[in-house]
Design a protein around this ligand. Structure first.
Ligand code: MG
Ligand code: ZN
Length: 296
């Protein structure tokens, strides 16, 4: 019988809803740890952004950030960069084209529909980078960086094998790490493609789905620990689910400060123009996205 040693979970729209994790979800993760399961967060967010948003990082044994480029151990605050910074030419090119970006240690993040400009820049510069989607978010990274490579680095540090890990997620960029786990789980609000590939689909959405998963793991209920039965459940329970595809509050009202294209908050700081261009740039105080005001 398979026994699992760790749970690896995505953050946004898996644990969290609109960036926030409910206390019952945190409590479930703490129960999992108390029962001996290691906890690993695998997020596309930049680490600083995550730590600004989520106040309890120490409930995780490891945090994989920037979609696999950064590995962090909350209790020791040890930080490992798993890849190199973006080529300056790429950033210059995106700034020249007024693409809103947030730049981490490695990751270059933007939002749809700017993937077209991003892809054209990668092609024309001849750099070996790829584009990964996370619902409406767009991330560019070196071609060899995914959530799977980040999780592999975390497991290597912890001395754990991937087939002893339960992975749970909701979006395109989770497929890579879900595929390497001993049990792959999609929350009820996951994209249809993610549900189709997962071995189990939770009945409930987001954090409630993670609670459901942890409760089943702790009960060692047979349909979770046996892969075959889990596959069966995924097929029988993975039917039509009302999908909430509204990811962001609608509308960027008529306020003076344009809202952030990524998190939609209208809480930004003006950035001094460094290029002498007439465009007015803003930096989102919430998520760090750098963007220009719409042309008037
Ligand atoms: Mg997600
Ligand atoms: Zn923002």
């Amino acid at each position: 019988m398979a026994t699992y040693q760790a749970i690896a979970t995505d953050y946004d729209e898996t644990l969290a809803h609109d960036g926030r994790v409910d206390q019952p979800t945190i409590d479930a993760l703490l129960r999992a740890r108390a029962a001996g399961l290691a906890t690993i967060l695998v997020t596309g967010r930049e680490l600083a952004d995550l730590l600004n948003t989520f106040a309890q990082p120490a409930i995780f044994d490891r945090i994989v950030a920037e979609n696999g480029a950064v590995l962090y151990q909350p209790r020791t605050q040890q930080l490992r960069m798993l890849s190199s910074p973006p080529p300056p030419r790429l950033l210059e090119r995106l700034a020249a084209e007024a693409v809103p970006v947030s730049v981490g240690h490695t990751i270059v993040a933007t939002v749809e529909p700017h993937e077209h400009v991003l892809l054209a820049a990668i092609r024309e510069l001849g750099i070996e980078w790829h584009i990964i989607f996370n619902k409406g978010a767009v991330m560019a990274l070196p071609a060899d960086v995914t959530k799977a490579t980040g999780l592999a680095a975390a497991l290597d540090e912890m001395g754990l094998a991937a087939d002893r890990v339960v992975g749970v997620g909701d979006a395109e960029n989770d497929q890579a790490f879900l595929g390497m786990c001993g049990l792959s789980v999609a929350v009820a609000n996951a994209l249809p493609s993610v549900k189709a590939a997962a071995e189990m689909v939770t009945k409930r959405a987001r954090g409630a789905g993670v609670i459901e998963l942890i409760e089943r793991l702790l009960e060692r209920s047979a349909d979770v620990v046996h892969r075959g039965a889990a596959n069966h459940r995924a097929k029988t329970e993975g039917g039509p689910v009302a999908m909430n595809t509204t990811r962001f509050p609608a509308g960027r009202g008529g306020s003076q400060s344009p809202s952030c294209p990524r998190c939609k908050r209208a809480d930004s700081s003006d950035e001094e123009s460094q290029t002498g261009s007439s465009a007015r740039w803003f930096v989102c105080n919430y998520c760090g996205m750098r963007y220009t005001s719409p042309k008037s």
